[in-house]
Design a protein around this ligand. Structure first.
Ligand SMILES: NC(=O)C1=CN([C@@H]2O[C@H](COP(=O)(O)OP(=O)(O)OC[C@H]3O[C@@H](n4cnc5c(N)ncnc54)[C@H](OP(=O)(O)O)[C@@H]3O)[C@@H](O)[C@H]2O)C=CC1
Ligand SMILES: O=C(O)CCC(=O)C(=O)O
Length: 420
């Protein structure tokens, strides 16, 4: 994980910050909502193409299941740690509660740089993880999905492994699958789509025209590239800078988001795209003078030092946990509006929910229906956060989002009653 802030401490701080504003919440309930229920830590021993064996550490954290089955992605990254996975699983709990879908939160990860392995090795690694996960997952238990460096291919492998081991057909055991394997229309675009919708709602709330906005996007994978495309194609915003792990590119007159995506697909990086006038570091991108900044890479991208140099008016967190709590304080002090991850990127899990519903009903929706339902959920969720922010006079949209979410999770816990 980049930066030195422990993301699990960040999550706990965010819950505490909001807990102070939830009237009547029991301290013991709050305590429970800051720790995962269980974490699987496992070592996957997998045969490489040359016949040697390698061992990979992997985790699955099931944070809270009071509102439904655990739900959340699986990340492949060399920086994955137990605490990172715990934090990501906690953010899933509050995200699912903010958009009011019937899930708890989970998250998984393998400590691996997938670039260093062949497709056949990645398949064996994924199937080995699926076999370790098998007793824990299921459409009513825990439902994995894509995250950093995973996508349809890995989800198809997990579904197939699970179904083979269980001797059943259960497409709803994972979401984010390819369409022909039980995936949903609109899932690939969903995280970018909710980021675009959250930004649109925020600009309208601020009485500003998003079609006049300049935008910088950090991270040009699933979340970042699609956010850039939709902001530009559907809202006419100007994408002036984008980056990936090898650096960034800039053009004051705007970059063609789709052409940059195609270029990255061909070459592996955004650097070198001929429509750019300048190259930038990630640090320079985050402090550009733009109207909207979209961190869409990893946690801790914006620390307190960077926050004091941020020039954007609005930050839409497409990534999970890109702003440290210290940076949040600096941004609030400077009146920079932060659209919190647990709302902004919730399109991914929301369309995963639609996929799961379609899998269970064996009845598939059109892309239009998916996008319409997603738009309704994101705009209603934005409105409920604004209502809490205004009515309770809360300090930030993040606190407001956690207040809405904590009230829902705490109610579910309390309504379940007590175990003798
Ligand atoms: N996929 C989903 O459905 C959802 C994802 N998210 C969150 O969105 C974020 C991105 O995930 P996703 O888009 O799926 O992942 P991807 O793997 O598709 O893309 C990640 C992008 O981040 C870039 N990146 C990695 N490290 C850095 C860095 N240090 N500086 C700049 N860029 C960097 C990568 O660069 P490179 O290409 O060079 O490796 C890549 O472009 C994560 O926080 C994830 O948890 C949230 C909700 C749902
Ligand atoms: O689609 C999902 O279930 C979860 C996506 C995810 O991991 C996230 O929202 O961070």
């Amino acid at each position: 994980m980049p930066g030195s802030t422990n993301p699990f401490s960040s999550l706990q701080e965010q819950v505490d910050d909001a807990g102070a504003y939830v009237s009547g919440i029991d301290e013991d309930v709050l305590k429970r909502l800051k720790h995962p229920e269980r974490v699987l830590e496992t070592n996957l021993t997998v045969e490489m193409d040359d016949g040697s064996l390698e061992v990979f550490k992997a985790f699955r954290s099931q944070f809270n299941g009071d509102r439904g089955p655990y739900k959340g992605g699986i990340r492949y990254h060399p920086g994955v740690t137990r605490d990172e996975v715990k934090a990501l699983s906690g953010w899933m709990v509050y995200k699912c509660a903010v958009v009011d879908i019937p899930y708890g939160g989970g998250k998984g990860g393998i400590v691996i740089d997938p670039e260093e392995y062949s497709e056949t090795e990645l398949e064996r690694i994924t199937r080995s993880f699926a076999s370790e996960l098998r007793p824990l997952i299921g459409e009513d238990k825990d439902i994995p999905a894509p995250d950093v460096n995973t996508g349809q291919r890995e989800m198809n492998w997990i579904k197939d492994s699970y179904e083979m081991l269980e001797g059943t057909t259960e497409p709803g055991v994972v979401t984010g699958k390819a369409l022909d394997s039980g995936g949903s229309e609109g899932r690939v675009e969903a995280t970018g789509r909710s980021t675009m919708l959250a930004a649109r709602e925020a600009f309208s709330y601020l009485d500003r025209d998003i079609s006049d906005a300049t935008v910088a996007v950090q991270g040009y994978g699933n979340a970042g590239a699609i956010t850039a495309q939709l902001l530009s194609e559907e809202l006419d915003a100007s994408i002036v800078a984008v980056s990936d792990s090898s650096g960034g590119i800039y053009n004051a007159d705007g970059l063609d988001a789709t052409a940059v995506k195609d270029f990255k697909h061909e070459t592996g990086s955004v650097a070198g795209y001929e429509g750019a006038t300048d190259e930038l570091t990630n640090g320079e991108l985050l402090t550009l003078d733009v109207d909207l900044l979209v961190p869409a890479a990893l946690e801790n991208a914006i620390d307190a030092d960077i926050a004091s140099d941020v020039q954007a008016d609005v930050i839409a967190e497409a990534a999970n946990g890109p702003i440290t709590p210290d940076a949040d304080d600096v941004l609030a002090e400077r009146d920079v509006i932060v659209l919190p991850d647990i709302l902004t990127n919730a399109g991914g899990v929301t369309v995963s929910y639609f996929e799961w519903v379609q899998n269970r009903q064996r009845f598939y929706w059109t892309e239009q229906r998916v996008n319409d339902e997603l738009e309704r959920i994101i705009t209603e969720s934005f409105d409920s956060i604004v209502s809490a922010y205004e009515e309770k006079d809360l300090p930030t949209f993040r606190v407001a989002a956690y207040v809405v979410a904590l009230e829902r999770v705490a109610r579910a816990f309390e309504q379940a009653g007590s175990w003798p």
